[in-house]
Structure formats: C-alpha cells, structure tokens
Design a protein around this ligand. Structure first.
Ligand SMILES: Cc1ncc(COP(=O)(O)O)c(C=O)c1O
Length: 425
C-alpha cells in the first residue's frame, strides 16, 4: 500500500468512526422509565401552590401540623453519638453493627423466642427495609430458588425487587373488595396450589396497602397451609409497633411461625417506627433449624452484601442500637411510638365519624377496622383523579390513603371531598 493509499484508508476509517459516533449512542435504546407512582405523587404535591393541599399519598408519619416528626428519643441518641469522642467514620463490618443486628433480631423474635434461646438466629444490617427485602431475595435466588408469591395487592416495590433478583414472581389473593377485608379463602387456596417449596412473602402487621391483617386464628390457617406445602415464609415487617402501638403485638405473627418451628427470613425497617426514613436503617433477620447453620447463611449473605453495597452505613444503626440497648431510651421510644400509632388510630375514628355524619353513601367501617398507616378506601381511579385535580388531595390511584397525612385541621375538608366524589363521580 502506498503512503497515499494508506492516508486515504485512515481518513475513511476516521470519517466512518466519526459517523458512528454522531449517529448512535450507547444509550440509544434506553427508553424513559415511568416515574415511581408514589414518589411522583410527592413531586406533584410539592409543585402544587394551593395552600390547603393535602398529601395522603406518601407513607411517612406527619404530626398534627402535617410536619415530619423527629422523635425526641432519636434527637437524644443523635446528640450522644455526636459527643462520643470514641466514635469514628471507619467502615462497619459487611454485616453491619452487631449490637444493632442482635437487638433488632431480638426485637422482632422476642427475647424468649426459641430461636434466640437456642442461638439459631442472625441479623445482617441492610439499607433499610427495601435493602433487607432485596438481600433476602438475592439470597433465596442463589441458595433456595423457587417461585415467589406476593400478596395482591402489595407494596409496589415487591414486584420489582423479587423480579430484579431473578425470581419468578406470582401473586396470592389478599384483598376481597366485597367485604373490604381479607380474601382468606383465595389466599389459602393459592398457598395450597403453589408448587411445593415456594416462597411466600407475608406482611406480619399493617399490610401495605390494605391495612388488613389476618387475625391470630387466620394466621394459624396460613401457617398450616404453608407447612403443608413445605413453603418458605419471608416476612416483610416495615411497621413493628407502628400498627397497634405495641411492639410485641405487631410481632405476633412472626413469633407464632418461629414457635411452630419454621425457618424464615424477616426484613425489618426502622423508617416508620423510629422515623429514620432517610437514614436507611434496616435488618434482615434469619431463623434456622439449628445454630450451626447460621454462620453459613450469614457468610453467604455477606458475600452478596459485599458485592452490592460493600458495607452498610453507620449513623442510623448507631441510633437504633442505642435506643434498643438502653432501658431508659427504649422506654421513651415505646411511649413515642404510641403517640404516633394513637394519633393515626384517632384519625381513623374521626374520619369514620365525619363520613357517617355526612351520610356518605357506602359502608365505611373498614376505616376503623383497618390497621397501621394506610386505609384502602375503596375509592376508584376516577374519584382519585377528581380529588387530585379539583380538591388538591393527593393519594395513589388504588384509593390508598396514608392516615398520617390527616390531622384535625384538614380532616373535615378531606371527608367533604370524599363525600362529593362518592356521590358524583
Ligand atoms: C411493606 C413494606 N416493605 C418495605 C418497605 C420499605 O421501606 P424502607 O426501605 O423505607 O425501610 C415499606 C415502605 O413503605 C413497606 O411498606
């Protein structure tokens, strides 16, 4: 090849590659993902300039004035951490702060749980409840792959988390619109009909989004069906203590399964019950048949954790550890937890009374019967749209409302708007 030919060959290659660079991008085929339904609602709410707007979309506690509440016990713990000269910013171990994970496991299982007494439990600190669900899903996908069943409906993220972890996702009926309560028969039939050894994701209390929990007798039937199918229970506990105001009562379903001899996973979140939303503090607790299995499971979870977040953040875990391990702080926390739970329970009573006073068509008992942060109102998407567009009231399309968004200043406006859409839309 002559020099001239070589030059023109290089020039052709160059123009060719320039053309490639200008015509296509590595990201050309990436479509715009739809916005997250709940977080998008929050954005719309923030952009709304109407002074009396109401946000019952986001699942975060608000006080009587509609403001986020930093629990006084959290402030106390934060001050103590800041003043503690012995603390530094070194990495935590891969499985997190052991004083936190041990206390967290005991909080959900109970100090006298057979699993605790026999030392066949363990905890891994995670990026809040979402991270705990994801780590559990990744672990099951790698070491106990099976179809996973989530409730219909459920917290929207369950679908994505279990799918992205590589599991085959199915649903079991949970909500019966006719009785505005639990679809127990459909749930049991699905558990019985699922392939042997399937994974069942259960909300132990304050089911999101329905606010409907099985009774203790219904839990017995659920446990029996799960045992009969040799299925694996995976509890997602985002609201311990927040539902009833009683930490033990809200943990009863998990404790019952442990007493019945099940091995299980529990994802725990401290977003709602200690109000550490943005600090991303959670734990994945495991219960095994025997103590010798715990180190193996823990080591494999650590391997997965190392490859995803390396090690978890320290601040939130230090706060929770301090509260759970100090008798005085723990007592203060349980009082403050009751303040939140009771305010929400009170809002249920007031809303029910207002709709009754207005004579709003339909039955509304489910508002007081449901538990926890959410009420599944039964309002349809068209009614929700009018509430948003005309009344500046923000809730998810499935009619779910966060009771924490209501307070004595806005609840009548809310009830009157609901009354209007029920009658006219
Ligand atoms: C059922 C359920 N699981 C898990 C979570 C996770 O919450 P976080 O990651 O904020 O702790 C939530 C929060 O809304 C939830 O409702």
């Amino acid at each position: 090849m002559t020099v001239k030919e070589r030059i023109s060959q290089l020039a052709a290659q160059l123009t060719g590659s320039t053309a490639v660079m200008t015509q296509t991008s590595a990201f050309q085929s990436v479509p715009l993902a739809p916005p997250d339904a709940i977080l998008n609602l929050n954005t719309l709410y923030k952009a709304d300039t109407y002074p009396k707007k109401i946000n019952v979309g986001v699942g975060a506690y608000r006080d009587e004035d509609g403001k986020p509440w930093v629990l006084p016990v959290v402030k106390k713990a934060e001050c103590a951490i800041v003043e503690d000269a012995s603390l530094d910013h070194e990495y935590l171990p891969i499985d997190g702060l052991r004083t936190f994970t041990d206390a967290s496991a005991k909080l959900i299982l109970g100090k006298n749980s057979p699993a605790v007494l026999e030392n066949r439990f363990g905890g891994i600190q995670t990026i809040s409840g979402s991270g705990a669900v994801r780590l559990g899903a990744d672990f099951l996908n790698r070491w106990r792959k099976a179809p996973v069943y989530i409730s219909n409906p459920t917290w929207g993220n369950h679908h994505d988390i279990f799918r992205d972890a590589g599991l085959d996702v199915h649903t079991y009926p949970y909500w019966n619109p006719e009785v505005r309560g639990l679809a127990l028969k459909g749930m049991l039939d699905t558990i019985k009909g699922a392939p042997k050894g399937s994974i069942f994701v259960l909300h132990p209390c304050a089911h999101n989004p329905t606010g409907v929990d099985p009774t203790p007798d219904e839990w017995k039937l659920i446990a029996e069906a799960i045992r009969a199918g040799a299925h694996f229970p995976f509890f997602d506990c985002a609201y311990q203590g927040f539902a009833s105001g009683d930490l033990d009562k809200d943990a009863a379903a998990v404790r019952y399964f442990v007493e019945e001899g099940f091995e299980l996973l529990v994802a725990q979140s401290y977003s709602k019950n200690i109000g550490l939303y943005g600090e991303r503090t959670g734990c994945l607790t495991i219960v095994t048949k025997s103590a010798d299995l715990v180190p193996n499971v823990r080591s494999q979870m650590c391997k997965l954790q190392r490859a995803s977040i390396s090690n978890p953040p320290a601040f939130g875990a230090r706060i929770v550890s301090m509260i759970l391990n100090d008798e005085q702080l723990f007592a203060e926390w349980t009082q403050q937890l009751k303040i939140m739970a009771n305010r929400i329970i009170h809002m249920r009573t007031v809303l029910f009374a207002l709709l009754t006073e207005l004579g709003t068509p339909g039955t509304w008992n489910h508002i007081v019967d449901q538990i926890g942060m959410f009420t599944f109102t039964g309002l349809n998407a068209a009614q929700v749209k009018v509430l948003r567009d005309t009344y500046h009231i923000y809730l998810t399309d499935n009619g779910r409302i966060s009771m924490a968004g209501l307070n004595t200043h806005n609840i009548r406006t809310f009830a009157e708007a609901v009354d209007f859409v029920v009658r006219n839309v």
